[in-house]
Structures are given as C-alpha cells and as structure tokens.
Design a protein around this ligand. Structure first.
Ligand code: ADP
Ligand code: MG
Length: 593
C-alpha cells in the first residue's frame, strides 16, 4: 500500500537528482515551486484546514524579502540575522491584523488582508529608501554552513530542504493536540470551545504561523533573486497563492507542493509558448491559467491531491493510532472530587431573549454531584437554549449561573469547560474525516499542555500515547472500541452520539450535559447508555440530561425539571412528575394527542 510518506520520499529523491539531470530552466521552475510551496503550506493550515481566507500572503512574503534586502544592503547585516527580523515583523503585523479581525465572524479577515496586501505593495513602491518601483539590487546570497547558496543548483537543495522541514513540522503539528484544535476551526468551533479550546486564540496562532512561512519564503526569494521590487507582492500574487493551494488540495499538506508545482510549471509553459500560439505577446497566460484552474476545480472540487490519493490508493500516514502507543501511564485526573449531594450548578432566574422571543424565562434549578437531573419539555420549550447558557455558548440575558461556587454567567465556553463542565450536542458535532479515536482525543485538550513548538518537533509523544490510552479506555467504556480507527463520519447516528459522550468524558468532567443522547439509539443501546450514566452517577458525577424518551428518563433520573414555552412548570422526582396534572396537560398530554 502506498502511504503519503512514500510520496514524500519519492519527491525528495527526484529533487536530489534534479540538479544533476535537469536543464537550468527546469531547475528554476523547481526552485520557484519550492518557494511558492512554502507559502502554500501556510495556506493549507490557514485556509484548507483552518477555514480562514487570507489575501495578504504575498505581502507577508514581501515583508521577509524587503526586510532582508534593506538590512543586508544598507546596514550590511548577515542574512541569517535579517531572517529573524523579517519573521518578527511578519509576526507583529499578523498579530495586529489577527487580533483586530479574528474574534469577529464573517469577512473581516479577507477584507483586512486585502487592505494589508494593497498597502504593502504601494508603500514599497513609494518609499524611496526601499528603492521605489525600481527596488533594491545587489542583495548578497546566503551561506549555509559555509556553502554559498549562489547557484540555481545549490538553491534547489536549500529551498527544498526548507520545504521538507516545513512539511515535517506542519504534519507533526496537525497530528497533535493543537492540530486537532486547528482541525476543529472549520465546522466545529462551538464543539471545540466546549472542549476547552480558546478558538480565537487558535485562529490567531495559525494566522501567525502562515505569515511566518510566507516571510521565510520571501527571505529565500530575495537572496535567490539578489534583487527585489514590489511586483511579486501584490494582490494578484496573493490570489495566485490561494489558487495553488486550492488546486493542489487545500485540506492536505502534499496539496501545497502539488499546487505550487503545477501552477509554476504551467505559467512557465504558457509564458514560453502562448505568444507563438496567440500570435502576439501580452499577459494572456494569466487568463489561460485562470480558465484552466476553473476547469480543473470543476472536475475536482477538493483539489487534485485527494483525487490522486483515490486513484493510486494512497493512505495518509497518521501517527495517531491505537497501535502506536508506547507508554501506558494514565493521563492525570483533572477534576476534583465532589461529595454526593453537593450543589455543582445553580441557575437563578435565568432568562434568554432572542430579539422579540423570550426563549427561556426566569428559570431556576440546581444540579448536584452524584445525581442525574432530567430536563424535559416539548420541542421549542427552551431546553437546548438553557444548555447553551450554562455552557457559555450564548450568555444569559438576565439571571445568574453559578458553577462550583463561581459565577459563570458571562464566561466563555472554553473557560466553563476548563472548570470541569462538558457537554454533547443535540445536533452531533464531530470531525467526520478524523478517526473515532482522534475525535475522542479532542476531549483531552485541557488535560495536557503540549504547545506548538513541542508538537511541531514531536516532543510530546509520551503525552500523545497517554491521550490515546485514555481515549481508548473511554471508547471501551461506551462500547465503541472496535470502531476506534473508523472515520467518525462513517458511524451510525446513534454511535456518533455515543462518541460525543466518550469525547465529553475524555475531558474528565465534574458535570456532564447531555442533549438528547438517546435519540436514534436502539433499545439495547439505550439500556447500555442508561447503565453507563448510572455508573457515572455512582462515581459522583453530576449529569444534566435533556431527553424525549420518557421510558428512558423516568427509569433513570433522580429528579426532573419540566419546561414549557421557556418557563419551568414543574420540578420533582419522576413519580411526582408523572402524576402532576400541569405536566400531563402540557407535555405528556400533548405527546399522547
Ligand atoms: P428545545 O431544545 O427545548 O426544543 P430550543 O432551546 O432549541 O428548544 O428553542 C427554544 C426557542 O428558542 C425556539 O422557539 C427556538 O426557535 C428559539 N431559538 C433557539 N435558538 C435560537 C437562536 N440562536 N436565535 C433565535 N431563536 C432561537
Ligand atoms: Mg433542543
């Protein structure tokens, strides 16, 4: 079976041989493909996996290029020193742009990066000390361990060595704790926050990382060209970087290399042969290239790499498998012990207003340690809205929520999660393209601490093994262990709900909120779920359970709160609720009708 790392070895071998067998013109293409590929790797992380679009990557390339060109020629600094200054400036700009826009949803990032891209281009063109439109020339070349990188051939090795390192670091990152958080950014932000991920911060870190890669590419570019002017850093180049990434397959690291390789080669071919075909010179290659790209993407909307994977049956090499466990020391327990009957969560006169709709109106109740509290009521009663207020998704309009003695009314989701509250969702939220066990592992986010540097260098292997062991233990507990390596999206809906419970448990919560966990389960599965919840209760966990299945609820829970039209209409033990006329009228009555 072919795996992605086999492909990497093949490309490495080709590149190692290229300087000896390829003509100079082809080597130039290989070199540019590497330079562009580096930027594109950043865009895979940012756009393909993180779901954010930047039209300013070429400007970050420009930062690296101009910083080094200026300091090396005017101040005669060493390129190795100016590299870090360029990276520093790129980080600084990315932090400013990112912190201004990444908390906001919508088009703020694309728009602000467009503005940034345009300003760099015009600034560089107008600042006399940067050489205006004619730029800076006589930039020195780099020396790498005493070897001058001054020919196309030596540059091939240098640039592709850097690309290789960037790919290795990025793929390590993606298969780590932080990488799983990045993968949640597209389509799983609410879930990630509920697992303790500070979503705006993760977005900011990825944006910074992508701009660092772009800046490094710019630094290499300028010492390869030995000359710089504003042209390659304009908006159209930023768009071309996006094209490369999307064409290659934005969700996949190898796609970055594939895309940059194809577009660089195509552009070169078109520049060479198109004038003869069209009969006149002009910038026709851009138009032809755009048409080609649209045509290819029409055929392969996810880009070419996933197509190739299918065609040649290439498997992704993932380090996160049950088989890769090396140590078996358990992950530290995070939650403090609570005595049965101790109040965990207290709601006091909580209301939620959505415009003119009062979805939850003056609701108060408590959840204690070692009990299961059922929250029932007809559809639209406000149960899920109550959940969202408790877990920080939507803060309450009025009233107070207290968790473990602390006012959490206005805390963010990830802060509430850090205190020991975990939840599942009425509409399942998981990452369908990751394996079941990787989805469970997202729950362990707060129980370990490996950051970007450790993850990229793969120095967190022991911790990852602990996470795998813990995730596996929880999969066994909920009965999904045989599906550990299956893609989560391939599970039945019932099993996906159970997977969400395993993920929530993986955060080692004090209080567990379950929104309709039994929906879609078969009878036997419901019995197993009831058994599990009963065990958790005996271990001292508090459980707040929203559920429609009355048999399931009545036989399991300690107490019940009934809601209707946003209000609490009853509270009591199951037998009281079953004979409460108000409840019968409002809920059971309507269910029977
Ligand atoms: P339940 O979970 O009990 O079925 P919900 O809490 O989902 O009910 O919904 C309660 C009411 O609040 C419904 O009328 C629903 O349409 C409304 N609602 C829920 N979320 C939102 C929202 N984000 N914006 C506006 N209305 C909402
Ligand atoms: Mg609901």
């Amino acid at each position: 079976m072919i795996r992605t790392h086999h492909i990497y070895v093949l490309i490495a071998a080709l590149i190692a041989l290229a300087p000896w067998f390829f003509p100079e013109s082809l080597i130039t293409i290989v070199n540019y493909a590497g330079l562009f590929g580096l930027v594109s790797i950043g865009l895979v992380l940012l756009t393909g996996i993180g779901g954010m679009t930047s039209f300013g990557q070429a400007a970050f390339v420009g930062v690296g290029a101009y910083t080094s060109a200026y300091l090396c020629t005017v101040s005669h600094w060493s390129p190795w020193m100016t590299l870090w200054i360029g990276v520093g400036i790129a980080v600084f700009i990315a932090l400013i742009l990112g912190s201004l826009t990444l908390k906001l949803a919508g088009h703020y990032l694309p728009l602000s990066t467009i503005a940034w891209g345009l300003s760099l281009y015009y600034l560089a063109g107008n600042l006399q000390f940067l050489g205006g439109h004619s730029g800076i020339s006589a930039v020195p070349s780099i020396e790498f361990f005493g070897i001058p990188i001054d020919s196309g051939r030596s540059f091939t090795y240098f640039v592709w060595f850097c690309v290789g390192v960037a790919l290795w670091l990025s793929s390590n990152l993606l298969s780590s704790r932080e990488g799983r958080a990045i993968r949640c950014l597209k389509g799983g932000r609410t879930m990630a926050a509920a697992m303790g991920v500070n979503v705006p911060l993760v977005k900011l870190k990825v944006f910074v990382l992508a701009s660092v890669l772009a800046s490094i590419s710019g630094w290499m570019y300028v010492h390869f060209q030995r000359f710089v002017n504003p042209t390659p850093f304009g908006l159209n180049y930023s768009i071309e970087y996006l094209f490369m990434t999307v064409l290659g397959g934005a969700g996949f690291l190898p796609g970055a290399i594939l895309g940059s390789g194809i577009i660089t080669a195509l552009r070169e071919l078109l520049v060479e042969y198109l004038p003869a075909l069209v009969g006149q010179s002009g910038n026709y290659e851009t138009i032809v290239l755009a048409i080609l790209i649209i045509f290819i993407l029409h055929r392969a909307p996810d880009g070419l790499w996933p197509r190739l994977m299918k065609l040649f049956k290439i498997q992704e090499s993932s380090s996160f498998t049950v088989e890769s466990v090396k140590v078996n020391s358990p992950l530290e327990k995070k939650s403090s012990k609570h005595f049965k009957g101790e109040s965990l969560l207290v709601l006091e006169h909580v209301s939620k207003r959505f415009g003119g709709l009062l979805a939850v109106n003056d609701v108060s109740f408590k959840v204690k340690a070692g009990e299961i509290l059922g929250l029932i009521g007809p559809n639209g009663a406000g149960k899920s809205t109550t959940f969202n207020m408790l877990s920080g998704v939507n803060p309450a309009s009025t009233g107070q929520v207290t968790f473990l003695g602390q006012d959490i009314t206005n805390l963010e989701s990830y802060q509430v999660a850090a205190m020991g509250m975990s939840r599942t969702f009425q509409h399942v939220q998981l990452l369908p393209h990751l394996s079941v066990i990787e989805n469970v592992a997202i729950g362990a986010y707060l129980r370990c601490d490996a950051g970007y540097i450790k993850s990229m260098l793969h120095l967190e292997r022991d911790q990852e093994s602990q996470i795998i062991t813990e995730s596996m233990r929880l999969l066994k507990r909920v009965g999904l262990d045989k599906h550990a390596n299956t893609l989560a999206g391939n599970l039945s809906l019932g099993d996906q709900r159970i997977l969400e419970i395993a993920r929530a448990l993986c955060s080692d919560p004090v209080l567990l909120l379950l929104d309709e966990p039994a929906a879609g389960l078969r009878l036997k599965e419901k019995e197993d779920l009831a058994k599990l919840l009963d065990q958790l209760r005996q271990e001292g966990m508090g459980v707040l359970l929203v559920e429609h299945d009355m048999d399931f609820v009545m036989g399991l829970v300690d107490r019940i709160v009934v809601m209707e039209f946003g209000e609490k209409i009853a509270e009591g033990v199951p037998s009281e609720i079953q004979s409460n006329p108000v409840v019968l009228e409002a809920y059971l009555g309507s269910a029977e009708a």
